[in-house]
Design a protein around this ligand. Structure first.
Ligand code: FES
Length: 170
C-alpha cells in the first residue's frame, strides 16, 4: 500500500512539471512541438503516460501526439541514460572511422544497435547526423560536451572515468 502511495505521489509530482509547461503555453495545441521539447528536456524522454496526459490536456487524440513524437528523430519514446553519447555518423566522421568508436563503446557497455541504453540507465550510445563540426571529425557529444578527433580508446576512457567517479561517490 505504501508503495502504491509513493508511486501515486511520484506521478503527481511528475505531472506537476508537465502542468507548468502546459500552462506556459496556455494549453495551445499549435504549440505541441515546443511543449514536447520542454517535457523531454525535463524527463529525457516522452513516456506513454506523459504523452496521454499532454493529449488529454490539449484535448487532442493521443495518436496525434504520438505521430509528432515519432516523426521527429529528436524525440525519444524510451528512457535514456544519464550520460548520452552521440557519435556523429555524417560523411566526414564516417570516413574518419566513427564506427570504430561506436563499436568500442558498444563493447565496453554491452550495447548494440538494438539495445542502446544500459539497464541501469547510466549510459546511452547513439549515432546522429552531421554535428556541424566536420573539421574535428570524428566528433562525439557526451551530453553537452563536444569531443573532437576522438579515438576509440579515448571514448572508452570517458566511460571508465564516469564509472570511477560514480563509484568514488558511493
Ligand atoms: S560529419 Fe561529423 S561533424 Fe560533420
Amino acid at each position: 500500500m505504501q508503495e502504491t502511495n509513493e508511486k501515486t505521489a511520484a506521478m503527481i509530482e511528475h505531472l506537476a512539471a508537465v502542468n507548468k509547461i502546459l500552462e506556459k503555453y496556455n494549453c495551445d495545441e499549435s504549440k505541441l512541438i515546443p511543449i514536447l521539447q520542454e517535457v523531454q528536456e525535463e524527463y529525457k524522454y516522452l513516456s506513454k503516460d506523459v504523452i496521454s496526459y499532454v493529449a488529454t490536456s490539449l484535448d487532442i487524440p493521443p495518436a496525434k501526439v504520438y505521430g509528432v513524437a515519432t516523426f521527429y528523430a529528436h524525440f525519444a519514446l524510451e528512457p535514456k541514460g544519464k550520460y548520452v553519447f552521440k557519435l556523429c555518423d555524417g560523411t566526414a566522421c564516417h570516413v574518419k572511422k566513427s564506427h570504430s568508436i561506436l563499436h568500442a563503446l558498444y563493447d565496453r557497455l554491452g550495447l548494440s544497435d538494438d539495445k542502446q541504453t544500459t539497464d541501469d540507465l547510466m549510459f546511452t550510445v547513439e549515432t546522429v547526423s552531421c554535428l556541424g563540426a566536420c573539421g574535428l571529425a570524428p566528433v562525439m557529444l557526451v551530453n553537452e560536451d563536444v569531443y573532437g578527433q576522438v579515438k576509440p580508446e579515448e571514448a572508452v576512457a570517458i566511460i571508465d572515468d564516469i564509472l570511477a567517479k560514480a563509484a568514488a561517490a558511493e
